[in-house]
Design a protein around this ligand. Structure first.
Ligand SMILES: Nc1ncnc2c1ncn2[C@@H]1O[C@H](COP(=O)(O)OP(=O)(O)OP(=O)(O)O)[C@@H](O)[C@H]1O
Ligand SMILES: [Mg+2]
Length: 299
């Protein structure tokens, strides 16, 4: 784990990766390629027990992190902003510090925190906080939908959709059809179970060029790091125009973020969602060094 500082060459910032639940001293196989790349670039790799973290046992989750590690970038499974704050506090007790603060994590991870900044370049959205298992009433949804332009929409929570159940729990063919909106949103909330994050977001549907796919644009300190495919469509790599988007990423004020960008059928490049770069997945087939090499040079 120790790396000797060479004169004039900054010590690479270590990565904190998720441990394999079955072999806790090893990296989760999903992140093994990233661990190998980090090591080959001279960066240390520490492991966190993601299950213990989600179960509220942050101290136990970081017990394998060496003492006094200093700044760290996390790369792993997503977690709520509250759990991320617990992770940061537990690491600080061991002399380590997440380069992305808990406030920054929430800003990029949860739609209501990034929406205002990106409002000109992302589908119109209306947010209603609610708890797992307790969907808004039909009347509340009618009120929420009335804040959006008429026409079709989609539903998601503050972080994730049920895009794989497009007709049953994601797509809203007509925001004015309150009974149908209530049915789809209720199914969405039920399927999210206890993982429903924050509440419900209704978004105006925009017509994207689906054959072109989405680009996942990676940003570090407001500069573009890399453009990859979206993990759902690893073979498609659109080349977005980011002129309008880059100043907004800077305004958000987070260190390491992603923007998923799609081309609307009228040609406009639109931000489908913003994410924290630490929990954004890489598409298969890409060399993780494209993102990790510049990342570990920052602290
Ligand atoms: N407002 C919209 N108009 C049209 N299509 C949309 C809209 N919002 C989402 N979609 C479609 O649904 C997909 C999933 O939406 P979104 O990316 O917001 O959810 P997610 O579950 O967070 O996905 P990810 O796997 O990228 O984290 C998008 O990739 C896009 O194809
Ligand atoms: Mg998405």
């Amino acid at each position: 784990m120790k790396s000797l500082p060479r004169y004039g060459v900054p010590v690479p910032t270590p990565l904190l990766l998720c441990a394999d639940p079955l072999r806790p001293t090893r990296c989760d196989p999903h992140f093994a390629a990233q661990a190998a790349v980090a090591r080959s670039l001279g960066a240390g790799v520490a492991l966190v027990d993601h299950d213990a973290l989600l179960a509220g046992r942050a101290g136990e989750a970081v017990r394998r992190v060496p003492q006094g590690l200093g700044p760290l970038w996390y790369r792993g499974w997503m977690m709520t902003a509250e759990v991320y704050a617990d992770l940061g506090a537990a690491l600080e007790e061991r002399g380590a510090r997440l380069c992305t603060t808990a406030a920054m994590y929430r800003s990029a991870h949860e739609l209501p925190s990034w929406y205002e900044t990106f409002a000109d370049v992302t589908p119109a959205s209306a947010v209603m906080p609610c708890r797992p298992g307790l969907p808004p009433t039909a009347a509340e949804l009618a009120d929420l939908a009335s804040a959006l332009p008429p026409g079709p929409g989609v539903v998601k929570d503050f972080v994730k959709s049920r895009k794989d159940d497009w007709d049953g729990a994601c797509h809203l063919p007509d925001l004015a059809d309150t009974a149908a909106v209530h049915r789809v949103v209720s199914r969405f909330v039920a399927l999210q179970e206890e993982f429903l994050t924050g509440g419900v977001v209704l978004r105006a549907f925009e017509s994207f060029d689906r054959a072109a796919g989405e680009a996942r644009v990676w940003w570090l300190d407001g500069e573009r790091l890399a453009i990859t495919a979206h993990p759902d469509t690893p073979g498609l790599l659109p080349r977005p125009d980011l002129t309008e988007i880059q100043p907004l990423v800077r305004r958000l004020g987070c260190r390491f973020v992603t923007t998923d960008v799609a081309r609307r059928t009228d040609g406009a490049w639109r931000v489908v969602e913003v994410g924290d770069g630490q929990v954004s997945d890489l598409p298969s087939g890409i060399d993780p060094a494209a993102v990790l090499a510049p990342l570990i040079r920052r602290r």
